[in-house]
Design a protein around this ligand. Structure first.
Ligand SMILES: [Cu+2]
Length: 313
């Protein structure tokens, strides 16, 4: 019985997972997590499935006990109630079993937490600064300062930006300037909010990242993207009236294209995106016919009075 129910659940999960394909963005009627694109997200997915092996049997076991009590010990079938009030074996059992289960869940959970917090040696460092209501991305250690704002892509701007394909650039998730990172590189991500702003949160489901952006405080996390493509996330801390309109988009590209983009982005951001998209071989979510708009701002003016990180690449 337990096995059949679990098999059914697994097959439903597999079906939903398969239909999502290389989904790097939310889909209508999606009930599962997005497909993993970083080692941490793979671990999160593993841990999720692992905990199901406890949750499903425990839930079914409790349900079975309830059904037995309701049917066998109902007043009409069992008019004289048992007066037994104590059973040492059962009491020891129901104390020890949860302890064992909690340990079995806690140990891999601490392991996952440790892997999230213990940063491997970073290949590059990025700073994301949240403001009401956009993100600013700053590339630390670049030969020339590269920093720019990333705003929600408005429908009216789609044509000019060459982002009319709504499957690749979904409404309310697409942005004018994506964060661009190289594939298979460890990215150290510093997250904060502008000094006079409110708390935001940088969240990227496919990467397994969600971290608060707090004014005056520098939080850090990391990711190592395994697949090329466009990934979408959103600000995940209620931050004000336009909270729903400050999406996060990350474009994962091969390292050589990243380097070309970075070099050009310092002086000509729209041109850098144009070159990048034109050279893309067309993995899901990055059509090769696109253009991008944006504006370059010097790191100094964009992150005025932010704490300096002093980090080198
Ligand atoms: Cu926000």
């Amino acid at each position: 019985m337990t096995k059949r129910v679990y098999a059914l659940m697994t097959s439903i999960i597999c079906l939903l997972y398969a239909s999502a394909g290389l989904a790097d963005q939310p889909r209508p009627w999606e009930t599962d997590l997005q497909a993993a694109a970083t080692p941490i997200m793979h671990q999160i997915r593993w841990f999720e499935h692992y905990t199901l092996w406890f949750i499903v049997p425990v839930t079914l076991f409790v349900l079975a006990l309830l059904v037995i009590v309701v049917v066998r010990f109902r007043a009409s079938a069992n008019p004289v109630a048992s007066r037994v009030s104590h059973n040492s074996a059962i009491e020891i059992g129901w104390t020890l079993a949860p302890i064992v289960i909690l340990f079995a869940i806690a140990l891999p959970s601490f392991n996952l937490l440790n892997n999230q917090l213990e940063m491997p040696k970073a290949d590059l460092t990025l700073k994301a600064t949240a403001t009401q209501w956009q993100w600013n991305y700053e590339y630390e250690g670049a030969a020339q300062p590269v920093a720019f704002d990333s705003y929600l892509l408005k429908d009216a701007d789609r044509a000019a930006a060459g982002k009319e394909d709504r499957s690749a650039y979904p409404r309310l998730l697409a942005v004018d300037n994506e964060m661009v990172v190289p594939i298979d590189k460890t990215v150290r991500l510093l997250v904060t909010a502008a000094p006079t702003d409110v708390i935001h949160a940088f969240a990227m489901p496919a990467f397994g990242i969600k971290i608060d952006a707090v004014p005056g405080r520098l939080n850090e996390t990391w990711f190592k993207a395994e697949r090329e493509g466009l990934y979408y996330g959103q600000c995940s801390e209620l931050c004000g009236k336009d909270h729903a309109f400050m999406p996060i988009a990350i474009r994962v590209v091969p390292e050589d294209k990243y380097r070309t983009w970075l070099a050009q982005a310092a002086t000509d951001l729209p041109g850098a995106y144009k070159t990048l998209i034109a050279s893309s071989s067309g993995p899901p979510g990055s059509p090769g016919h696109s253009d991008a708009r944006g504006k370059v701002a010097l790191a100094a003016t964009m992150t005025e009075s932010m704490p300096t990180t002093g980090l080198a690449e």
